[in-house]
Design a protein around this ligand. Structure first.
Ligand code: PLP
Length: 418
């Protein structure tokens, strides 16, 4: 309560902004993930990996726009191509060269992508991939994972249900439980169109899939004739070709989003040529902004020149090293504070051992999560309210040192509560 009060007292302008916004925006904004009490911090400006809020505080940005902000806020090559593209006119109601360039880059990098189509968000990409799988197989049911997140209408909580989830026939399986997946896949084999899985649960707490679990899903899809879809909207950053390349497990379809459009609105879905061929003929997929020139141009530079496979590998290793340092803090202090994740994505958990499955946090864990968030803000570090960190390319050693120091200070000053 004290940390909450201090947070609110330091942000009168954010508070007032929230009050005004609530009159015309339910919850005060258009993204559920940014609704938290007592009110969210309103940001006004960003530069490289720094942010400034409405009340004048400066932050190190470790939220990284929930992985979409991989390039930071002022990557000069992205700014240059966006300005140049604007000069040529906004959206020309026609095919352009930018979309072929970006499509070729992605198909060259992700093992499962023979062909790809663009959308404006990861949510849309997943919806289109599901549509493609259902049409291709002539079946209706989709296996999803509890704790999985594939977009607002494709949210599958660790426990309970989400009233906003689309009313498609979904079979809910437990993440990282190959036996249950096998049982469910076989029980629904005759109508199983798709199995959709994140190679690491992102919003579900940065819980990596065990490689054996993904291999089992691959085998089950082969056995039942279902289409295996990897949602790599968040995990595509884990190597030049995403987690599928890292693990050597190739799905039938892949969905992408976030940073791949260079920071512009982005989504993509693609996969095997025989599945994607449906869009040549029978399956409709229009969408005014699917090939919008700003995203296509920024994505081409982002993936072609900046986030090369070498850059992806280097970022992965930096993140692994950071997570090891952070986990050392909890171990040394003997407190239940640790980080799960892979590479440049990690989430704080307040339990030991660290989870390898999604879980519903206890009220005590929720309180610690909130305290951690407020303490980090007080230390000038902005991360996702749920305790997720997504490193961006401008985050260097000094910034990581600063975060490690802040987490160390948290473990020490809050030891009695942990
Ligand atoms: N899939 C995953 C794994 C995600 O993490 C997200 C967004 O966080 C989405 C899909 C939805 O993407 P978007 O927010 O662009 O609709």
């Amino acid at each position: 309560a004290e940390a909450r009060a201090a947070y609110a007292a330091a942000r009168p302008r954010s508070a007032a902004q929230h009050e005004r916004a609530r009159e015309v925006l339910p919850g005060g904004n258009t993204r559920s993930v940014l609704i938290y009490g007592p009110f969210p911090t309103a940001m006004t400006r960003g530069q490289d990996c720094r942010l400034w809020d409405l009340d004048g505080h400066a932050y190190l940005d470790l939220c990284g726009e929930y992985t979409a902000g991989l390039f930071g806020h002022s990557e000069p090559r992205i700014h240059r191509v966006l300005h140049a593209t604007l000069e040529e006119g906004i959206n020309l109601a026609a095919v352009g060269q930018g979309e072929e360039r970006l499509a070729r880059l992605l198909c060259g990098r992700f093992p499962s992508l023979a062909q790809v189509r663009f959308t404006n968000s990861g949510t849309e990409a997943n919806l289109m991939a599901l549509a493609a799988a259902r049409a291709f197989t002539g079946r209706g049911t989709t296996m999803v994972m509890r704790g999985g997140y594939h977009g607002g209408v494709l949210t599958f909580p660790a426990s309970g249900t989400n009233a906003a989830t689309l009313p498609l026939p979904f079979v809910h399986a437990a993440y990282n439980d190959s036996d249950e997946a096998a049982r469910l896949a076989r029980a629904h084999a005759g109508d199983l169109a798709a199995v959709v899985v994140e190679p690491m649960l992102g919003s579900g707490g940065c819980i990596p899939a065990q490689p054996g679990f993904l291999a089992a899903l691959r085998a089950l899809a082969d056995e039942t004739g279902a289409v295996l879809i990897f949602d790599e909207v968040m995990t595509s950053r884990m190597s030049g070709g995403g987690m599928q390349a890292r693990l050597g497990i190739t799905p039938d379809m892949t969905t992408l989003g976030k940073y791949v459009g260079g920071g512009m609105s982005f989504g993509a879905f693609g996969g095997r040529a025989d599945i994607m061929a449906q869009f040549d003929t029978t399956l409709p997929h229009a969408g005014t902004f699917n090939n919008n020139v700003l995203t296509m141009a920024a994505g081409g530079v982002a993936m072609g020149e900046i986030f090369t496979p070498e850059a992806a590998e280097a970022l992965f290793q930096r993140g692994e090293a950071l997570r090891a340092r952070l986990n050392e803090i909890g171990r040394q202090a003997g407190v239940p504070l640790g980080f799960t994740g892979l590479g440049s994505m990690m989430t704080a958990h307040f339990r030991q051992p660290l989870p390898d499955r999604p879980y519903a946090a206890s009220p005590a864990e929720e309180a610690l999560r909130e305290l951690f968030f407020f303490d980090m803000l007080a230390a000038g570090i902005y991360l996702a309210r749920r305790g997720m960190v997504a490193l961006s390319l401008p985050v260097g050693e000094p910034e990581m040192d600063r975060f490690v120091a802040a987490v160390g200070e948290f473990a020490e000053s809050r030891a009695a509560l942990l």
